[in-house]
Write a protein that binds this ligand. Sequence first.
Ligand code: SF4
Length: 91
Amino acid sequence: MERSKGLVGKIDEDGYLRIKRGEKFKPVVCPFSVDGGCYNCGDWCALFGEPELWLRREGRSFILSLCHKVYVFDELIDERKEAENDLRQEA
Ligand code: SF4
């Protein structure tokens, strides 16, 4: 489990994971990209978990399990939910 104080992540509306490095959200590249390609980690992958809220006395965190890693974010923005809400409003 990777726990870094102040770690902020985002799952963008297309389901790709981004992590805030400095002032920018940068894509997380899958280390298992094959055929010379470079694929971003995202919910297209069967090994990409769903975020879970972790409530503790010290505060709340967000757990995201990937293939070989578990991130603990202080803040995790899930833009897919906003996209889902938009779709529901359009229906
Ligand atoms: S969960 Fe792992 S294998 Fe899947 S896209 Fe992300 S880094 Fe790659």
